[in-house]
Design a protein around this ligand. Structure first.
Ligand code: TEU
Length: 531
């Protein structure tokens, strides 16, 4: 089985992971110095791969998602030699490295766009998407940027609007132009030649737009889970277009030519029943994985989580494999959304489900969103979940010796140093779950079957089975104790008793025998039971 099916991925937001030179911003040398946290020592988490949010030269209007040079490292973070050292050090620990590939747009400062905006006849004009103003001078249509406001900005000099799905500083590339496909293919090859193992591919659902530039309708009466634009519009014509599969195929081909087996993990904010479009009809044709945002955006509610999990199992094409995270750099942290009381149960759920789990830096120590005193840095309001990694309980959190670019949260309990050697810590619990996942065939690759627990019980329960191993996972999402009959929920398919393998509840001992016909659960308890 491929490494990423068994594997656990870990997202690093480079600005905020570790600062080696005291400028208050994280950097590659800082990451290298902390690789042991991830893998390679007995106290490591034990993850299999890391994903770095963008490290390329950038004016930082969208903190690196506005790239001005795809084939270099921003001096804030280091240089190519340091990057090569990072890859070597990671590989020496058997830790894979994924970069963030941003195919949909560049920075407005990118030489391609500077050239494109020089004149209507500029050779690279058609690398971006231009349109004449409407007869009344307004934008060509009503499309909205994902961050709010019109998705069009007038270029005064050439008197045409350019399209930007995100900030005006991020003009959209024109993926209908073969030269753009080639250029991004070359970017992929550049980094694969430096040894990277794959890419997380940014905002793929925005890469294709209606060539007629038709107006979007208002999002009235649409199904829950379909994300609307900030102004309430249904992004029918500028997002999730069927032609997007061509873009993914082009990236796949470029990656395979440079290095077969490259992992491509796509980001598409679409309901899970539409993810298949990005995964192709056959394995190896498109993305290997695509984030399940129904899961990430679900509240801590048993019925909703069950639906999200079963939705992905049922809707993904048979060759595909789910990919789930509870937190990332774009959304409030789950410790804050759900409350710290459920951190362990959430970890147990994420790390026992069939599919590749992705951790967001800091969740393993229970980091929470940090409320900022005014002065936001990110215009889209995402600073709170991007604050520095908390290594130690000292000023600067062990992240920096200087002034951190964003304030450091409460480090009194949530810090790596305090938790690393404490067997009762959240960090130790994550380490344990990852180790279980690696050593258990049922958890790594076994089948999954949800038990039909009663609605309102507040319990998610499922079987993970492989030849010779049968595990029952039970997670209570209820803030009160509950007693459930899982034999009935399994329609009699399981024995009435089992043995505890892992529990979120310190009061239970490993190998304790429990009745699953009448299982008494503590509030927000999670359990792995061997049947
Ligand atoms: O995000 C894509 C995306 O759809 C975001 O608009 C997302 O919906 C929003 O941030 C949720 O708050 C990716 C990156 O993850 C994000 O950081 C970038 O800003 C964006 O693309 C543009 O590159």
């Amino acid at each position: 089985m491929t490494w990423w099916r068994f594997g656990v991925l870990y997202q690093i937001y480079p600005r905020s992971f570790a600062d080696s030179d005291g400028d208050g911003v994280g950097d590659l040398a800082g990451i290298i110095a902390h690789l042991d946290h991830l893998r390679g020592s007995p106290r490591s988490l034990g993850v299999d791969g890391l994903w770095l949010s963008p490290i390329y030269p950038s004016p930082q209007a969208d903190y690196g998602y506005d790239i001005s040079d795809h084939c270099a490292v921003d001096p804030l973070y280091g240089d190519l030699a340091t990057f090569d050292r990072l890859v070597a050090e990671a590989h020496a620990r058997d830790l894979r490295v994924l970069l963030d590939l941003v195919p949909g747009h560049t920075s407005a400062e990118h030489p391609w766009f500077r050239e494109a905006r020089m004149s209507r006849a500029a050779p690279r004009r058609e690398w971006y998407i231009w349109a004449d103003p409407a007869p009344d001078g307004r934008p060509p249509n009503n499309w909205e940027s994902a961050f709010g406001g019109p998705a069009w900005t007038l270029d005064e000099a050439t008197e045409q609007y350019y399209l930007h799905s995100f900030y005006p500083e991020q003009p959209d590339l024109n993926w209908r132009n073969p030269a753009v496909r080639r250029a991004l293919g070359e970017v992929t090859a550049f980094w694969l030649a430096r040894g990277v193992d794959g890419f997380r591919v940014d905002a793929i659902d925005r890469s294709m737009k209606d060539p007629l530039l038709r107006d979007n309708p208002a999002g009235v009466g649409v199904a829950a889970g379909v994300p609307l634009s900030p102004g309430g519009q249904l992004p029918l014509w500028n997002k999730g277009r069927p032609e997007t599969l061509d873009v993914v195929r082009a990236l796949r081909q470029a990656a395979d030519v440079a290095r077969p087996g490259t992992l491509l993990l796509g980001e598409a904010y679409v309901p899970v029943d539409r993810l298949g479009r990005y995964l192709g009809e056959r394995a190896g044709e498109a993305f290997d994985l695509a984030f399940d945002f129904d899961f990430l955006l679900s509240p801590w509610d048993a019925d909703r989580l069950r639906l999200a999990v079963e939705g992905s199992e049922a809707h993904l094409p048979p060759h595909a494999w789910a990919c789930r995270a509870f937190s990332n750099h774009d959304n409030p942290r789950h410790a804050t959304r759900y409350g710290a009381a459920v951190n362990r149960a959430a970890a147990l759920l994420l790390l026992t489900l069939r599919g590749t789990p992705v951790l967001y830096m800091g969740e393993e120590i229970g980091m929470e969103d940090v409320r900022l005193p005014g002065d936001a840095r990110d215009r889209a309001g995402r600073d709170s979940q991007r604050t520095p990694m908390q290594w130690q309980d000292i000023p600067g959190g062990g992240f920096t010796a200087g002034q951190p670019w964003l304030p450091v949260g409460d480090t009194s309990a949530a810090n790596v140093a305090a938790q690393r050697d404490d067997p009762g810590s959240l960090l130790a619990f994550y380490r344990r779950l990852i180790a279980e996942r690696h050593s258990s065939e049922a958890l790594g690759s076994g089948t999954q079957r949800m038990l039909d627990t009663a609605r309102g019980d507040g319990v998610v329960a499922f079987l993970r089975e492989s030849e010779g191993e049968r595990l029952l996972v039970v997670v209570s999402c209820a803030g009160r104790g509950a007693t459930v009959d899982l034999v009935a929920a399994a329609r009699g398919r399981i024995p009435p008793e089992g043995r505890v393998r892992v529990s979120t509840d310190g009061d239970r001992s490993d190998a304790e025998r429990v009745s699953v016909a009448s299982l008494a659960l503590a509030p927000n308890e999670g359990l792995i039971v061997e049947l």
